[in-house]
Design a binder for this molecule. Structure first.
Ligand code: SPV
Ligand code: MG
Length: 679
């Protein structure tokens, strides 16, 4: 695309302003001339090729443009007969270098950067018009018929709209017009060199398809005299004070981000919202850089006036607080997960007359590759292990769901729900002894040996990135536990939970229906302490699980144990109960929190499942584990399918309750692409 700027004329109506330089060099705001603004906006719109026709004080103009040192390929075409011709002759002189789609503008036109963006984004040819503006007496008007511009000139008033000399013309439409300009200029008739080029356009307009592009109230005005100059300068001033808002979640900035930031900064004073760590983690993945570092990164980008926090995926809070005139976003959010956020943003802006500006989203291959690498990095042992602690500090309350295989790991990893303009997903996975045993058809009595349990962890780790909490049962013999701590830590597990029981362990949900023995406080403390001394990193956590409520020993017993265990080095306390009524758990949490504000409290609300995460958080709980729901929900579904096949002697009847085959084969990501592996 080539930008053609017509700057040959003198602009005599400007008075002595144009004595020493051409009109386009007139200052319109501090340090900005008509031309420097046009060129700067061209740069930020991504234009490269510029043709400027010169004439009056041509050398002064050309020197000036060179001094601006813009990253543009600029060709000057000198019209030495500028005082005897019109710009039709200048275009004629430039005809050999205009074999392209053309953006054509007069050299005295000042416009909002939004106008140029809209012109460039317009499909096909267009000319800017202001449909609601009064028709100007002496300036251009465009006659519009059937949505097309059929005539442009100062003399048309019927079916016309105020129009500004800013066009985008497809190569073909421009060629059609240029051919007639050439015919005019080579006719030998003087009048055909001194008229508006639009006269040549009007004769062939039916062969072109030039649409009116209504710019509404946006600034798009020619400066013909000192009066215009003052009006335009005032409008520019208000543009510069216009507030613009954008939000970013990225921790890597690529050229596409810089381009959109530059565009947004051209529209007004740019505030950038940086999405909170919790919201990033909920919406895509754990951020590689924490909020403060991401904030600093944006603070150092030129054109950014200030950077603020943006707490939720929704824009509501910051729109209500900052009331930006314009919100800028890439058009990628028109579909997919952010669609509802976009709809809410539009509705909020509408309430006070704000505006949404969208630019084409720049997919950057390098960025996609970096994202892929980031995900790979998040699954490496050291990074995965450290994430549980980070999540706890970011979110206050972490949720974990049971996983016992690669497939359930994928469900824990990928399940996301979108609600209220936000997104929710599980933060971590729980490798339950109950579900790991059940998946193997074995009872939950520490029968499945550690090597098999590690195999489950490994399978899950292979396909996921989220932190893992491992159900370590009783921890076994202290002499064995220390080895298990080292292994789990090395694998990248974040936390092991051991329960204070001895002898043959049974699942806690049996309570006192079976014989279960609680460990001696001192012995259990020794086990915790040995485990803490065995671990190598500070990331790994040992959680002491208290079985007092399960074994009906009361809150006081639980309370005594909790302090003994934290004293022995436990990084977290799990308080377990099998009662539907959460009262005992709440009582424990309240008492514990009154004396210990920091040690994370973990709960497994299988029985007391009516309590919401919000309530747990408000009471001081830090980890909520959904310990068995994937196993319990899949079992009835599988049983039903098996029964249906048996009953019907075929599989057709159970097809409706099965996942479509096309979906199951796509469920597993193929990030290791097939190749010939050297074959
Ligand atoms: C498990 O999931 O294996 C647990 C939690 O230990 S519970 O089954 O509630 O005891
Ligand atoms: Mg268990």
């Amino acid at each position: 695309m080539t930008l053609l700027i017509l700057d040959s004329g003198r602009g005599s109506r400007m008075g002595d302003i144009t004595d020493s330089h051409p009109k386009c060099m007139t200052e319109i705001s501090a340090g900005e001339t008509i031309l420097s603004r046009q060129l700067a906006l061209a740069v930020s719109a991504g234009l490269k090729n510029v043709v400027i026709t010169t004439g009056y004080l041509g050398e002064v103009l050309e020197d000036y443009v060179r001094s601006l040192d813009m990253p543009l390929d600029i060709t000057f075409v000198r019209n030495d007969e500028f005082d005897k011709t019109n710009y039709i002759w200048s275009i004629y002189l430039a005809r050999h270098i205009l074999d392209d789609d053309i953006i054509l503008m007069h050299g005295d036109l000042v416009f909002d950067s939004l106008v140029l963006d809209e012109v460039i984004a317009h499909e096909g040819s267009c000319m800017t018009v202001s449909v609601s503006a009064p028709l100007p007496e002496k300036d251009f008007k465009a006659v519009i018929e059937d949505g097309k511009i059929v005539k442009v000139g100062i003399e048309f008033f019927d079916n016309a709209a105020a129009a500004q000399p800013l066009y985008k013309l497809t190569k073909q439409d421009f060629r059609t017009w240029l051919d007639n300009i050439i015919a005019y200029c080579e006719s030998g008739i003087d009048e055909k060199r001194t008229c508006y080029a639009e006269k040549a356009l009007n004769e062939i307009s039916c062969e072109c398809e030039i649409r009116p592009l209504d710019v509404g109230e946006l600034l798009c005005s020619e400066i013909d005299n000192a009066d215009d100059l003052e009006k335009v300068s005032r409008k520019l001033d208000s543009i510069k004070h216009r507030s613009v808002y954008m939000c970013f979640s990225t921790d890597v900035i690529h050229s596409g981000h810089i381009a959109i930031i530059r565009k947004a900064a051209n529209i007004g004073r740019l505030t950038i919202g940086v999405l909170s760590d919790a919201a990033v983690a909920g919406y895509k993945r754990f951020p590689l850089l924490p909020f403060e570092e991401r904030k600093t990164m944006f603070e150092n980008i030129s054109g950014v006036s200030r950077v603020v926090g943006h707490q939720e995926l929704s824009y509501r809070e910051n729109i209500m607080r900052l009331r930006p005139d314009i919100v800028v976003h890439g058009d990628d959010w028109r579909s997919g997960v952010q669609r509802t956020v976009r709809e809410e943003t539009i509705a909020l802006l509408k309430e006070y007359g704000g505006r949404l500006v969208e630019y084409p989203y720049a997919y950057d291959e390098k960025y996609i590759e970096l994202e892929r690498r980031s995900l790979a990095e998040l699954s490496t042992p050291a990074i995965r292990r450290s994430r549980l602690k980070k999540m706890l500090s970011i979110k206050g309350l972490v949720t974990a769901i049971e996983a016992h295989s690669g497939l359930t790991g994928l469900i824990a990893e990928k399940t996301v729900v979108y609600e209220n303009g936000g997104a929710r997903q599980f933060d971590a996975m729980w490798i339950s002894s109950l579900c790991d045993s059940t998946a193997r058809g074995k009872p939950d009595i520490e029968l499945v040996d550690m090597t098999s349990r590690y195999r489950t962890v490994d399978e899950i780790m292979e396909v996921t990135t989220k932190p893992i909490i491992f159900d370590g049962d009783t921890g076994g013999l202290t002499e064995h536990f220390v080895y298990n701590v080292r292994t789990l830590e090395r694998m990248g597990v974040s936390m092991v939970v051991i329960e204070d029981k001895t002898g043959l362990k049974k699942n806690s949900l049996f309570g006192n229906e079976v014989v279960q023995t609680q460990a001696d406080i001192k012995d259990f403390c020794a086990k915790i302490n040995a485990g803490k001394r065995a671990q190598k990193t500070s990331d790994f956590m040992i959680c002491a699980r208290i079985e007092s409520l399960i074994l009906e020993k009361g809150v006081e017993d639980a309370f005594e144990r909790a302090f003994a265990y934290t004293e022995a080095g436990a990084d977290a306390i799990m308080i377990h109960s099998r009662k539907k009524d959460p009262a005992e758990v709440f009582e424990f949490v309240e008492k514990f929190r009154a004396q210990d504000a920091d040690t994370p409290i973990v709960v497994v609300p299988t029985a007391f499942d009516s309590v919401t995460e919000e309530e747990f958080k408000a009471r001081g709980v830090n980890v909520v584990i959904y310990a068995n729901q994937l196993t319990r929900s899949s079992f009835p579904a599988m049983k039903k399918a098996a029964e249906m096949i048996l009953k019907n002697h075929r599989a057709q009847e159970c097809d409706d309750i099965c996942m479509p085959f096309g979906e199951i084969i796509r469920l597993i990501p193929d990030d290791i692409k097939e190749d010939n592996y050297g074959r």
